[in-house]
Design a protein around this ligand. Structure first.
Ligand code: MN
Length: 512
């Protein structure tokens, strides 16, 4: 099932009874045609459901309360067909808890110069009706997306589609459980943060789960299930045929990786979790060979494959990245190029093409691979269990994308977004990891400098298919700060923005 099929977006048309019942019937008719047209456009991932005209304060309040209580409804689109005196929206807007998109459009595309009369003008008033509505939203400090354009125009529909994908990710994150197997990596600041505030602000519920509980699932995995999954690996990925030799250590490592994946998936399903973190210092019993109550290697292959399935993942206990990756995956559904959790790995100084290798010791999502990933087993000498370790190795596609992270600044969360361009990478014969190679916009020097000034993580959530517009919509819905590093960024202006935001959010916090 497509993740968007379970959701709908409501469309509410503003009108009033001043012009008589016939006008409302015409408004209703136009609205129906528009919603049918939007749904038939093939541009929108989520179904639009027309909820009728709102002609009074009570009607507005009723429809917004219904939207709040309807689990399928992930957002509301409003449009003022006639002039709709905005005091009638106050009580409803005070109630509305779902994301709001204000569509400034008009039923007719062009002015019907030869036939337009006062009846037409009394009916088709969005030019001023939408400004009246916009005023009350601004006066009430209602966060929303304003989309301006004719409803049949592809660009207009695209802006609605972007917002819909964000609304779906937002709805998904409102009951998002992230399980932490092990704690944060000791002493690391940037991946830590206020989990209580994160739940209030972004919806994430972050729980600890002892690795011993994970091992209780691990013990119940049947050999036949593991055999079947190992076969899937060999069918799905490039590999040396020698890996299929059951007498080798490499085969045993792949077999154990498959068992780890099945155990992780089983516990995530049992708990209804949408993401997880791991910690390479906490993999179960130290004497795993004697007890079987532990992973014999970091479950990196499992993390790679679970990420591709949509589970949020953050390495070293990074629960904010796990949650954000899950949201990226939801927004990215059905798109061609893919998304991944990544880490700034090492730098390549090369003049105007200076770039950053993006990788991780194991956990990069195969959705960004430029070709079929290769299953390999190599020694990994980090963490509690230094061992031969299975992983998928690949380089990423080339192309533009956007990467994002959320950091906790103590008094607020900051979303940091950077446009990047993935360029041709080179083989890494001695470093068998999955990787991408990108230039952060506007260039390495300014892009990396601005990211560091903003306090950004070394972990981020990347997508080729998303753009900063998605993140703008996300930050607007969440009510969190967003800074966007792009082709126009200069360090001087960026520092000013950070200072201004510091004041704005201090005041904003005091007002809330
Ligand atoms: Mn890391």
């Amino acid at each position: 099932m497509n993740v968007f099929d379970q959701y709908e977006v409501w469309f509410v048309t503003g009108a009033q009874l001043l012009y008589g019942g016939d006008a409302v019937i015409a408004v209703d008719n136009h609205s129906n045609q528009m919603v049918e047209g939007l749904n038939a456009s093939g541009q929108l991932p989520v179904k639009v459901v027309y909820k009728g005209t709102a002609n009074s304060s009570k009607e507005v309040e009723n429809v917004f309360k219904a939207a709040n209580n309807d689990e399928k409804c992930i957002g509301v689109i409003t449009w003022m067909h006639t002039f709709s005196p905005a005091k009638m929206w106050i009580h409803g807007l005070q109630q509305l808890k779902k994301p709001l998109l204000h569509l400034h459009t008009q039923f007719n595309k062009e002015i019907p110069w030869d036939t337009m009369d006062m009846d037409f003008m009394n009916l088709n008033q969005s030019a001023h009706g939408d400004r009246e509505f916009g005023h009350i939203c601004t006066r009430m400090r209602i966060r929303r997306k304003v989309v301006v354009g004719h409803w049949q125009d592809k660009d207009t529909q695209h802006k609605i589609a972007v917002w819909m994908r964000v609304c779906a990710a937002w709805a998904d994150s409102q009951d998002m459980l992230i399980i932490r197997f092990g704690d944060q990596m000791n002493n690391v600041a940037v991946t830590d943060g206020d989990k209580v505030e994160a739940e209030q602000r972004m919806g994430y519920h972050v729980d600890y789960c002892p690795v011993s509980e994970l091992m209780s699932y691990h013990k119940q995995i049947k050999d036949e299930e593991v055999e079947a999954l190992v076969k899937v690996y060999f069918d799905s990925y490039e590999h040396d045929n020698a890996l299929e030799d059951k007498s080798t250590e490499a085969y045993r490592k792949i077999w154990n990786s498959a068992k780890a994946e099945l155990a992780l998936r089983a516990i995530l399903e049992a708990k209804g979790a949408k993401g997880f973190t791991t910690n390479f210092d906490d993999l179960g019993d130290v004497d795993v060979d004697q007890t079987g109550n532990g992973f014999d290697q970091i479950p990196g292959l499992a993390s790679q494959r679970l990420m591709a399935e949509g589970y949020g993942f953050g390495a070293e206990g990074d629960w904010k990245s796990a949650a954000l990756y899950r949201s990226v995956w939801v927004m990215n559904q059905g798109m061609p190029m893919g998304c991944s959790f990544l880490e700034d790995y090492t730098l390549n100084f090369d003049g105007a093409n200076s770039s950053i290798l993006q990788a991780h010791m194991l956990e990069v999502c195969p959705l960004i691979a430029d070709a079929k990933p290769r299953l390999e087993v190599h020694f990994l000498g980090i963490g509690i269990r230094k061992s031969q370790t299975a992983r998928l190795v690949f380089t990423s596609k080339q192309g533009k994308g956007v990467t994002a992270t959320v950091v906790d600044l103590g008094n607020r969360f900051r979303l940091i977004v950077n446009d990047v361009e993935c360029i041709q990478s080179k083989p890494l014969p001695k470093l068998p990891v999955a990787s991408a190679l990108w230039i952060p916009m506007p260039n390495f020097e300014v892009g990396a400098g601005a990211w560091i000034l903003a306090g950004g993580t070394h972990h981020s959530c990347f997508s080729y298919d998303l753009t900063s517009e998605y993140w703008e919509d996300y930050a607007e819905i969440a009510g969190i700060e967003m800074v966007h590093i792009n082709k126009d960024t200069t360090i001087g202006e960026f520092k000013k923005e950070l200072r201004m935001n510091e004041v704005y959010y201090m005041l904003n916090k005091a007002l809330m």
